[in-house]
Design a protein around this ligand. Structure first.
Ligand code: EPU
Length: 338
C-alpha cells in the first residue's frame, strides 16, 4: 500500500476543478482497504472515496484521506438460462466496460454507453439514461467496511436504489468502499427503445429491430450531439436532479407554463425536466467566472477553462434561485459537493 501526500486532484475530477488531497491511497483490492483500516494513523482519520471523479464538485482541498479506487478486472462469472452475470472491478472505466460486454456478446448495458465515471460509482448514484437505470441490471456488489475492514456482499434490496440515489449516498456514505460490481444481463436480449430520442433514430433510419451494437451507436451519437465530452470540456453530467412533484403541483405549473416537459411516473407523481426549466429561465450559455451553462443542454454546467469550485456553486445557486422564482421548485444538485 502506497501513501502519497499533496496530490493534485485536478486530473481526477471530470469537472477539472483544482483541489489538493493531503493524503491519497490507491486501492487496487480489498487488502489495500484493510491496510488503511488497520493503519495506526489512517485507520482513525476521516476518509473520502474517489471513483472516476465524474460526479463530484470540489470546492476546497481535502483534509480527509482520499481513497482512490483502482480495482481492475472484467469477467463473466456465471451463465444462467435467463441471464449472463458479469463482474467488473470498481476502478474499471464504465464506458469501456459497456463496450467490453457488447464485444463479448453479453448485451444489456448499451443504453448506458458513454456515461462518464467508473464501475464502482455506478451503483452509488444509480446511473441511468435512455430508459434504463443501473438498478435494472444490478446483481450484487462487494464492499469493504471502513470501520471494521470486513468484506460484505450486498444484493439489490440492501442497496436502496432510487432515482440517482442509493444507500451509498446516505446511510453508507463514506463508510464502505465498493470494490467489485456484478451485473445481471437478461436473456434473451430485448432492446429498450421507449425514449423519445431513440424513437427518433428508428424513424430517421427505418431500422425497427436494431441490434444491441446499433442501439449502442445511436446512444453514443445522441449523447455526443448534446452532452459535452469531459475529455474536452470539464463537466459532471447533469448538475441537478429532475424534480419529482405531486400531480397538483404539476397542474399548477402547467397552468402557468403549458409547455413544461414532464413525465408521469407509475406511482402517480410527475417528473419535471429541470433542463427545460433552466433553459426557460434563459440560462443557456450564461456563466459566472469560468463556470458556465452548456449551450446545448442547460442541465449541464461546464468548466470554460480554469473554473474553481466556488464559481460553479455561485452559478448553481443563481440558477436555483431563478428556477424557484419562476416555478416555485427547488432544484437539488445531483453531484456530491465537497
Ligand atoms: N430540455 C430543454 N432545454 C435544455 C435541456 C433539456 O428544453 O436545455 C428538454 C429536452 O428537449 C427534453 C427534456 O428537457 O424534452 C429532457 O431533456 P433530456 O432528454 O436531454 O434529458 P434530461 O432529463 O435533461 C436525463 C438524465 C441524463 C440522461 C438523460 C437521458 C437526470 C438528472 N439526467 O437528462 O443523465 O442522460 O436524461 O436519459 O436524470 C446524468 O445524470 O449526468 C445525465 C446526463
Amino acid at each position: 500500500m502506497q501513501i502519497e501526500s499533496g496530490i493534485s486532484l485536478k486530473p481526477y475530477n471530470t469537472f477539472g476543478l483544482p483541489a489538493v488531497a493531503h493524503t491519497l491511497v490507491r486501492v487496487a483490492g480489498d487488502a489495500d482497504v484493510r491496510g488503511v483500516v488497520d493503519h495506526p494513523q489512517l485507520g482513525r482519520a476521516a476518509k473520502f472515496i474517489l471513483g472516476g471523479g465524474s460526479n463530484i464538485i470540489l470546492t476546497r482541498d481535502m483534509p480527509q484521506v482520499v481513497l482512490k479506487v483502482e480495482v481492475r478486472g472484467m469477467q463473466l462469472v456465471e451463465e444462467r438460462a435467463d441471464a449472463w452475470i458479469v463482474e467488473a472491478g470498481a476502478g474499471e472505466n464504465w464506458h469501456e466496460f459497456v463496450a467490453y460486454t457488447l464485444a463479448q456478446g453479453w448485451p444489456g448495458l448499451e443504453n448506458l454507453a458513454l456515461i462518464p465515471g467508473t464501475v464502482g460509482a455506478s451503483p452509488v448514484q444509480n446511473i441511468g439514461a435512455y430508459g434504463i437505470e443501473l438498478a435494472d441490471r444490478f446483481e450484487s456488489l462487494d464492499a469493504v467496511d471502513l470501520m471494521t475492514g470486513r468484506g460484505v456482499t450486498l444484493g439489490k434490496e440492501t442497496c436502496g436504489f432510487g432515482y440517482r440515489q442509493s444507500v451509498f449516498k446516505n446511510l453508507l456514505a463514506g463508510r464502505s468502499v465498493i470494490t467489485r460490481v456484478r451485473f445481471r444481463l437478461p436473456k434473451p436480449w430485448q432492446p429498450v427503445l421507449g425514449y423519445l430520442d431513440l424513437e427518433r433514430k428508428i424513424h430517421e433510419t427505418g431500422i425497427t429491430a436494431p441490434s444491441a451494437q446499433q442501439v449502442f451507436d445511436w446512444i453514443c451519437a445522441i449523447r455526443r450531439a448534446k452532452l459535452p465530452d469531459p475529455g474536452a470540456i470539464g463537466n459532471a453530467g447533469s448538475f441537478f436532479k429532475n424534480p419529482i412533484v405531486t400531480p397538483e403541483q404539476c397542474r399548477d405549473i402547467i397552468g402557468r407554463d403549458p409547455e413544461i416537459v414532464h413525465y408521469p411516473l407509475p406511482d402517480g407523481s410527475v417528473k419535471l425536466a429541470a433542463g427545460w426549466m433552466i433553459d426557460a429561465c434563459g440560462w443557456k450559455g450564461k456563466h459566472v467566472g469560468q463556470a458556465g451553462v452548456y449551450e446545448k443542454q442547460a442541465l449541464v454546467l461546464v468548466n470554460r477553462g480554469g473554473a474553481i469550485g466556488s464559481e460553479v456553486m455561485l452559478l448553481a445557486t443563481a440558477i436555483q434561485e431563478s428556477v424557484y422564482g419562476r416555478f416555485g421548485i427547488r432544484l437539488e444538485p445531483e453531484p456530491v459537493v465537497v
